[in-house]
Design a binder for this molecule. Structure first.
Ligand code: GUN
Length: 315
């Protein structure tokens, strides 16, 4: 039987409608969440991603500021701009699109963002909070993967989850979210021996390697859920085509459920940005309109990080 297709476009649409309603309630209370997105350089994929992020914010009624800077922007000037945005009371979230040009130290840039404005959840304070099970911001891509599993009511507790790819953006936070949900988690990396032995053992297989079509049907356990995080541009017949890290045509004949590319995790990542970042200050400033999304621990953490958004929002 062919796999169930987990439709990221459809799911993202539902999330956007839900968030638009919540933002309308916030707006009626005089609260306008503001997000700053910074893009350095001309990378075509990054340009599309940031455009989507900014548009998604605007579509649900949030304020967003897109700052495009040339590829030769200095690290010092970027850090200076981040410091200004950290201090700007109208900006509640800051996102610097990765990857950055080689002359800029990404780690230094991420650490310069105030943890309470780090909507990506990449700052060590937020990565640590996620690790101890008290996340403030959940990184959008792994959070989107969790929502996709939730959408098919997948019983994560006790399931064997294998993640291929150990990046700070996807693989590692994905492992933490799955672990918290009760899965037994393995993270594979480029040095892993006999990768297929691991992937074939997975009830949940999450692939984030950036290598087009590397996971084929023989690497998938029959009936498994396959979440394909890869978005690779390949040229075919003079046209650019988007393909995932999973060989969809073959793997979808073996898997129980699978995410497509395009139309899978791409739209979900953007949608989850809308969920994750207004939630954090909402829990402190308003009547916890997003409370069903945030954990109690996150609320405590938001307080302990010294977030006083009621002052910054003038509420
Ligand atoms: N580049 C690829 N994915 C992401 C992401 O989730 N956030 C940021 N800031 N950059 C990215």
């Amino acid at each position: 039987m062919p796999a169930q297709i987990i439709d990221g476009n459809q799911l993202a649409k539902q999330i956007r409608v839900d968030i638009a309603t919540r933002v309308a309630i916030l707006t009626a209370k005089g609260i306008k969440p503001g997000l700053a997105v910074i893009l350095i350089g001309e990378d075509p994929a990054s340009q599309v991603y940031v455009r989507n992020k900014v548009k998604a914010c605007e579509d649900v009624g949030m304020f967003s500021l897109l700052e495009k800077k040339p590829a030769d922007t200095t690290e010092a000037s970027l850090l200076q701009r981040i410091a200004e945005l950290n201090a700007d009371p109208n900006i509640h979230g800051i996102l610097v699109q990765l990857p950055l040009p080689k002359h800029i130290d990404s780690h230094r840039v991420i650490e310069a963002i105030a943890p309470e404005k780090d909507v990506d959840g990449f700052h060590v304070a937020n990565a640590g909070a996620l690790m101890i099970g008290a996340p403030l911001f959940r990184p959008c891509t792994p959070y989107g993967c969790m929502k996709m599993l939730e959408s098919i009511d997948y019983p994560i507790r006790g399931a064997r989850a294998v993640i291929v790819g150990a990046s700070n953006i996807v693989g590692k936070p994905m492992a933490m979210l799955l672990l918290q949900a009760g899965a037994t988690v393995t993270i594979c990396n480029s040095k892993t021996k006999d990768l297929s032995a691991h992937t074939r053992d997975a009830d949940i297989l999450v692939v984030a390697t950036g290598k087009a079509k590397m996971i084929t049907a023989n690497m998938v356990k029959p009936g498994a859920v396959v979440i394909d995080v890869g978005i690779n541009r390949i040229e075919r017949d003079g046209k650019v085509k988007l393909v995932g890290d999973v060989h969809f045509e073959s793997a979808s004949k073996v898997a129980g459920a699978i995410t497509p590319v395009p139309g899978g995790i791409g739209p979900m990542t953007t949608a989850m940005l809308l969920v994750t970042w207004p939630a954090t200050f909402d829990v402190v400033v308003t009547e916890n309109l997003f409370g069903d999304i945030l954990s109690d621990e996150a609320a405590v953490l938001a307080g302990s990080l010294g977030m006083l958004p009621s002052a910054s929002l003038g509420a």
